[in-house]
Design a protein around this ligand. Sequence first.
Ligand code: FAD
Length: 470
Amino acid sequence: MTAIDDLGHITGLAYCLTTPEDLAPYAVDWRGAYRGQPIAVLRPGTTGEVAEAVKCCAAHGLAIVPAGGRTGLSGGAVVQQNGPPSIILSLERLNRIRGIDVRDFSIVAEAGCVVQTIQQAAADANRYFPIQWGAQGTAQIGGMLSTNAGGIRTLRYGNARDLVLGLEVVLPDGRVLDDLRRIRKDNSGYALRHLFIGGEGTLGIITAAALRLQPALKRLETAFVAVPSPDAALALFSRVMGCGADVVAFELCARFCLEMAGRHGVGLRIPMALDSPWYVMVELAAAHESVPLRDMLEGALADAMEKGEATDAVLAESEAQRLSFWKIREDYPECSRKEGPSLGTDTAVPVSSVPEFINTAERELKARWPDGRMAAIGHAGDGNIHLSLHAPAGFKGDRPAWIALCREMEPLVNAIAVSLGGSFSAEHGIGQSKRHAMATHKNPVALDVMQTLKHALDPQNRMNPGKVLP
Ligand SMILES: Cc1cc2nc3c(=O)[nH]c(=O)nc-3n(C[C@H](O)[C@H](O)[C@H](O)COP(=O)(O)OP(=O)(O)OC[C@H]3O[C@@H](n4cnc5c(N)ncnc54)[C@H](O)[C@@H]3O)c2cc1C
């Protein structure tokens, strides 16, 4: 029997894809930056089938690349080129919600559930699941946890990691680690789940998770604000944080980013003239209708204008307008992709260092690539700014041609973030794209402990080889 026969036997042949047309979508990442050919794509339907598949791959000497919604931005869900023979193990059929308990504010969902499905299930139960970002209609719970995703709500609710109560994981030897409990306190030794959250599939396959829910948000108020500088945005951040309401989003965008959204976005409407260098999107929320959010937001913005921290503001007048503001932010990555070649980064610094980070990077990038166009957008309320350098308008080459010209941009921006006490990998993960940065910036003792853990759990290096570790 061949490996494919054995794998097909586990899932049923219909769920073991091997034709070039079936494999093609799994052989390239969302950005089109990484390619790698799997020998098969396996789509198991139960945790038991995942466990059997892992044992079967070990017996046949195959490596396994877990795949969720394949929206990852670091090349993690694509087979490593020139790596060992690998299958993609897609979790898309493990998509059941196993239970929701409104009394203990929790939901138990399988790894292949799309994030938006969980948001909707929570809303239907008068609860709220707060991870939110542009790819939520495609990304899955397993991918969200394996990358420890952030998004626009991190400043209020934390990263994906902070929302996990328990996990079910298939280990590299095929055993199932069943830690799928909904309790809030458990100090019975090491919190093993945290190894797999942010593990990017290198230590095991997440098959289900018990997740925290929040009270449903009954009021939301959102403003689109023009600010003169990143320093002014930081002052505005302190002001709204002190206004008495929950600040659930605080995003900063350079004018260039909104220009790109205006140029390429389908159906996007930028709510004000683009005559300011910087813009902020701020959202306040409350779990009760009676909280006077509108007054709080208007008051904070009026004070900000008086102090010169803001120069103009538009408040969403309806739910449709509020959603249209957020669509600009959510569609931005796609608009940026349409603008042409660029090289991006995913850094975080302490919130108070955001202005210094942006100002220093802008100065350095201008000095080295005067024709490049810097885009800066991000979750300023948690310190995570995505800086990228776009090729000049009219650039004739493709992405590799642009990268050849500005390859040093990423290490430069990473070094600025790290020098300010920040991280070179805030929320997208390491995958293939930041392994070199791990070698440069990761604390050597931390790296050594990571290697030890990897070897202990996956001595044959079968789980997602060529990812995360340098
Ligand atoms: C338009 C757009 C906007 C985005 N905005 C944000 C943002 O604001 N914040 C943010 O954090 N990210 C953002 N991302 C990145 C991406 O959506 C997240 O990283 C997401 O969590 C990936 O989920 P996925 O299901 O698509 O995972 P995939 O891309 O399929 O996989 C990502 C990694 O996780 C591993 N993996 C997947 N499923 C499992 C599993 N069940 N068990 C073990 N390992 C697994 C894969 O091997 C891979 O290494 C954005 C992406 C896009 C395209």
